[in-house]
Design a binder for this molecule. Structure first.
Ligand code: FES
Length: 159
Protein backbone atom coordinates (compact mmCIF):
# COMPACT_ATOMS: atom_id res chain seq x y z
CA UNK A 1 0.00 0.00 0.00
CA UNK A 2 2.83 2.40 0.84
CA UNK A 3 4.65 1.50 -2.41
CA UNK A 4 1.63 2.56 -4.46
CA UNK A 5 1.46 5.93 -2.71
CA UNK A 6 5.14 6.68 -3.44
CA UNK A 7 4.68 5.65 -7.03
CA UNK A 8 1.69 7.97 -7.39
CA UNK A 9 3.60 10.85 -5.88
CA UNK A 10 6.50 10.23 -8.25
CA UNK A 11 4.13 10.13 -11.21
CA UNK A 12 2.46 13.31 -10.04
CA UNK A 13 5.77 15.14 -9.66
CA UNK A 14 6.89 13.93 -13.09
CA UNK A 15 3.68 15.11 -14.70
CA UNK A 16 3.92 18.43 -12.83
CA UNK A 17 7.47 18.96 -14.06
CA UNK A 18 6.45 18.22 -17.64
CA UNK A 19 3.45 20.52 -17.31
CA UNK A 20 5.52 23.41 -15.98
CA UNK A 21 8.11 22.82 -18.71
CA UNK A 22 5.39 22.85 -21.37
CA UNK A 23 3.94 26.10 -20.00
CA UNK A 24 7.33 27.79 -19.96
CA UNK A 25 8.08 26.54 -23.48
CA UNK A 26 4.73 27.80 -24.75
CA UNK A 27 5.19 31.11 -22.93
CA UNK A 28 8.53 31.69 -24.60
CA UNK A 29 8.05 29.82 -27.87
CA UNK A 30 4.72 31.17 -29.12
CA UNK A 31 5.74 34.85 -28.95
CA UNK A 32 9.12 34.01 -30.50
CA UNK A 33 7.51 32.18 -33.42
CA UNK A 34 4.95 34.97 -33.83
CA UNK A 35 7.76 37.55 -33.85
CA UNK A 36 9.68 35.65 -36.52
CA UNK A 37 6.85 34.78 -38.92
CA UNK A 38 4.38 37.56 -38.08
CA UNK A 39 5.61 40.20 -40.54
CA UNK A 40 5.58 37.70 -43.40
CA UNK A 41 1.97 36.80 -42.67
CA UNK A 42 0.72 40.36 -42.41
CA UNK A 43 -1.63 41.41 -45.15
CA UNK A 44 -0.68 44.49 -47.09
CA UNK A 45 -1.78 47.44 -45.03
CA UNK A 46 -4.26 49.87 -46.43
CA UNK A 47 -2.68 52.66 -48.38
CA UNK A 48 -2.05 55.87 -46.54
CA UNK A 49 -2.76 59.42 -47.54
CA UNK A 50 0.56 61.15 -48.07
CA UNK A 51 0.87 64.91 -47.66
CA UNK A 52 2.78 66.30 -50.61
CA UNK A 53 2.49 70.06 -50.15
CA UNK A 54 0.40 73.17 -50.30
CA UNK A 55 -2.27 73.92 -52.89
CA UNK A 56 -0.76 77.39 -53.23
CA UNK A 57 2.25 75.92 -55.04
CA UNK A 58 0.10 74.76 -57.96
CA UNK A 59 -0.08 77.29 -60.77
CA UNK A 60 -3.45 77.32 -62.54
CA UNK A 61 -3.35 75.13 -65.64
CA UNK A 62 0.27 74.08 -65.12
CA UNK A 63 1.25 70.63 -63.85
CA UNK A 64 3.46 71.11 -60.81
CA UNK A 65 5.81 68.42 -59.59
CA UNK A 66 5.57 67.42 -55.92
CA UNK A 67 7.86 64.97 -54.13
CA UNK A 68 7.43 63.18 -50.85
CA UNK A 69 9.44 60.59 -48.95
CA UNK A 70 7.54 57.43 -48.10
CA UNK A 71 8.50 54.49 -45.88
CA UNK A 72 7.22 51.15 -47.13
CA UNK A 73 7.35 47.92 -45.22
CA UNK A 74 7.26 44.45 -46.77
CA UNK A 75 7.73 41.69 -44.24
CA UNK A 76 10.94 42.49 -42.35
CA UNK A 77 12.21 44.88 -44.96
CA UNK A 78 11.60 48.61 -44.63
CA UNK A 79 12.41 50.89 -47.54
CA UNK A 80 12.29 54.64 -47.82
CA UNK A 81 11.48 55.84 -51.28
CA UNK A 82 10.59 59.01 -53.06
CA UNK A 83 7.09 59.44 -54.42
CA UNK A 84 6.59 62.03 -57.15
CA UNK A 85 3.41 63.34 -58.67
CA UNK A 86 2.41 66.10 -61.03
CA UNK A 87 -0.60 68.03 -59.71
CA UNK A 88 -2.76 70.15 -61.95
CA UNK A 89 -5.82 72.35 -61.42
CA UNK A 90 -7.72 74.63 -63.72
CA UNK A 91 -9.82 76.37 -61.07
CA UNK A 92 -7.88 76.11 -57.79
CA UNK A 93 -10.52 73.78 -56.30
CA UNK A 94 -10.43 70.57 -58.33
CA UNK A 95 -7.05 68.88 -58.55
CA UNK A 96 -5.73 65.89 -60.43
CA UNK A 97 -2.49 64.08 -59.59
CA UNK A 98 -0.52 62.09 -62.14
CA UNK A 99 2.48 59.85 -61.81
CA UNK A 100 5.67 61.13 -63.43
CA UNK A 101 6.59 57.56 -64.40
CA UNK A 102 6.21 56.77 -68.08
CA UNK A 103 3.87 53.86 -68.77
CA UNK A 104 6.22 52.44 -71.41
CA UNK A 105 9.33 51.37 -69.51
CA UNK A 106 9.26 53.53 -66.41
CA UNK A 107 11.42 56.54 -67.21
CA UNK A 108 10.50 59.83 -65.58
CA UNK A 109 8.49 62.22 -67.72
CA UNK A 110 9.06 65.96 -67.63
CA UNK A 111 6.56 68.77 -68.15
CA UNK A 112 7.66 71.29 -70.79
CA UNK A 113 5.65 74.48 -70.37
CA UNK A 114 6.53 75.91 -73.78
CA UNK A 115 5.06 72.84 -75.50
CA UNK A 116 2.29 72.24 -72.93
CA UNK A 117 3.19 68.53 -72.97
CA UNK A 118 4.95 65.89 -70.94
CA UNK A 119 7.97 64.35 -72.62
CA UNK A 120 9.66 61.09 -71.85
CA UNK A 121 13.36 61.22 -72.73
CA UNK A 122 13.86 57.48 -73.12
CA UNK A 123 11.87 56.69 -76.28
CA UNK A 124 10.24 60.04 -77.07
CA UNK A 125 6.89 59.34 -75.47
CA UNK A 126 4.64 62.40 -75.40
CA UNK A 127 1.62 63.02 -73.15
CA UNK A 128 -0.86 65.89 -72.97
CA UNK A 129 -1.51 67.93 -69.83
CA UNK A 130 -4.01 65.30 -68.59
CA UNK A 131 -1.47 62.53 -69.09
CA UNK A 132 -3.04 61.09 -72.26
CA UNK A 133 -0.64 59.60 -74.80
CA UNK A 134 -0.04 61.83 -77.84
CA UNK A 135 2.92 60.04 -79.42
CA UNK A 136 5.51 57.34 -78.97
CA UNK A 137 5.38 53.85 -77.54
CA UNK A 138 3.65 54.36 -74.16
CA UNK A 139 0.69 51.95 -74.07
CA UNK A 140 -1.56 54.06 -71.86
CA UNK A 141 -2.00 57.41 -70.13
CA UNK A 142 0.04 58.40 -67.10
CA UNK A 143 -1.24 56.72 -63.95
CA UNK A 144 -3.39 58.82 -61.64
CA UNK A 145 -3.29 59.13 -57.87
CA UNK A 146 -6.37 59.74 -55.78
CA UNK A 147 -6.01 63.21 -54.38
CA UNK A 148 -7.70 65.22 -51.65
CA UNK A 149 -7.31 68.65 -50.09
CA UNK A 150 -7.42 69.35 -46.37
CA UNK A 151 -6.57 72.76 -44.91
CA UNK A 152 -5.00 73.81 -48.22
CA UNK A 153 -2.68 70.78 -48.11
CA UNK A 154 -2.62 68.22 -50.89
CA UNK A 155 -2.71 64.52 -50.04
CA UNK A 156 -2.35 61.62 -52.46
CA UNK A 157 -3.15 58.02 -51.80
CA UNK A 158 0.18 56.21 -51.74
CA UNK A 159 0.48 53.50 -54.33
S1 FES B 1 10.06 54.77 -71.21
FE1 FES B 1 8.94 56.47 -71.83
S2 FES B 1 8.72 56.24 -73.94
FE2 FES B 1 9.83 54.49 -73.32
Amino acid sequence: MRETKRFDRRQFLGALTWGIGALISAGLGIPAVAYVIGPALQRKEAQDWIRIGSTTKVELGTPTLFKARVTRRAGWIENEEELSAYVRTDNGRDFIAMSNICTHLGCRVRWVSGEQKFFCPCHNGVFDKDGNVLAGPPPRALDRFEIKVEDEQLFILGG
